[in-house]
Design a protein around this ligand. Structure first.
Ligand code: SF4
Ligand code: SF4
Length: 249
C-alpha cells in the first residue's frame, strides 16, 4: 500500500447526501478500518481466496432485492480495495440478511455473510453514521431486551406495521391479554414480555454483554440509550443483591 500518499483524502458523503453533509475521510482512517476488519480472528477463516465466480451472489436473497452483492464485498476485501470497502460500509453491508446461504455454497469455503458481519462490527466500533442510522430503529428492541430479557413482546406488535400479514393480522388484533391469561404457564401470562426472564438470568446476561463488548458498542452508537440501559441494569443488580441478602437472613 506504499504507493498511496499519506495525505490522500477522499471525499465521502456520510448519511443522506441530500442533506449536504460531506465529510472528508483520510487514507489513514480507511486503512485503520481495513486493519480492524483484517485483524479479527475470524477473518482468515472466512476469506480463503476468491474465484470471482458469483455463486454466492446467485444464491443470496438480499442480492435479488437490493443493490448488494456478496461477490463484490469479498472481492473488495480480497483485493484490499480500501476505498471500496469504506464505501460499501456506508450502505451496502446493511442489506445482508445474515442467512449464510453464501457460506454453504462458496467453493473456497468463504463466508461472505461472516465478512459482512465483521464489517458491520467495525462500522459500529468506528461510530460510523451508517451504523447509527441503521441501528436507531432497533433502540426500542434493545431497551426491551435489556429490561425484560426478551427482544419483542406482544404489546409491541401494532397491526399497522404488519400489512403483509393480510387476513392473519386479526390474530394480533385479538384480546391478547385475555388469551395469554389462559395459557397454563404463569411466565406467559403477560403481554409486556414474550415470557418472564428471572432475575438471575438477567444478571448473567448483563455480564455477558459487558464481557463481550456489546455495551461498549452500544455506548459508541447511542449514548443516551446506553445511559438508560445502565440505569436499568444497576437497578436490577440492586434487586438481585437484595434478594441474596434476604435469602441469607
Ligand atoms: S448471509 Fe448475507 S451475503 Fe450471504 S447469502 Fe445471506 S444475505 Fe446474502
Ligand atoms: S466468495 Fe466464493 S462463491 Fe463468492 S465469488 Fe468468491 S469464490 Fe465465488
Amino acid at each position: 500500500m506504499g504507493h498511496h500518499s499519506t495525505t490522500t483524502r477522499v471525499q465521502k458523503y456520510i448519511g443522506d447526501p441530500t442533506e449536504g453533509l460531506v465529510k472528508e475521510v483520510s487514507y489513514e482512517v480507511m486503512e485503520e478500518i481495513f486493519q480492524d476488519i483484517q485483524s479479527d480472528l475470524r477473518f482468515d477463516h472466512e476469506l480463503n481466496g476468491c474465484l470471482n465466480c458469483g455463486i454466492c451472489t446467485a444464491t443470496c436473497p438480499a442480492a435479488h432485492y437490493y443493490d448488494f452483492s456478496p461477490r463484490e464485498i469479498v472481492q473488495l476485501l480480497w483485493t484490499e480495495n480500501l476505498e471500496g470497502i469504506y464505501d460499501a460500509m456506508q450502505e451496502k453491508i446493511w442489506s445482508c440478511a445474515q442467512c449464510y446461504t453464501c457460506a454453504a455454497r462458496c467453493p473456497f469455503g468463504n463466508s461472505p455473510g461472516g465478512l459482512v458481519m465483521l464489517m458491520r462490527e467495525t462500522a459500529i466500533k468506528h461510530g460510523m453514521e451508517s451504523a447509527k442510522s441503521v441501528l436507531r430503529p432497533f433502540s426500542r428492541v434493545m431497551l426491551k431486551l435489556i429490561s425484560t430479557g426478551n427482544q419483542l413482546s406482544p404489546d409491541m406488535i401494532n397491526p399497522d406495521h404488519f400489512a403483509d400479514w393480510g387476513p392473519n393480522i386479526c390474530k394480533v388484533d385479538a384480546p391478547l391479554k385475555l388469551l395469554r391469561q389462559a395459557i397454563p404457564m404463569p411466565t406467559l401470562n403477560t403481554i409486556k414480555t414474550a415470557w418472564e426472564t428471572n432475575l438471575k438470568t438477567s444478571i448473567e446476561l448483563y455480564t455477558i454483554w459487558e464481557e463481550t463488548g456489546v455495551l461498549d458498542q452500544l455506548e459508541t452508537i447511542d449514548e443516551n440509550l446506553f445511559d438508560v440501559i445502565v440505569d436499568i441494569m444497576d437497578e436490577k443488580r440492586d434487586d438481585w443483591e437484595d434478594f441474596l441478602d434476604e435469602e441469607e437472613d
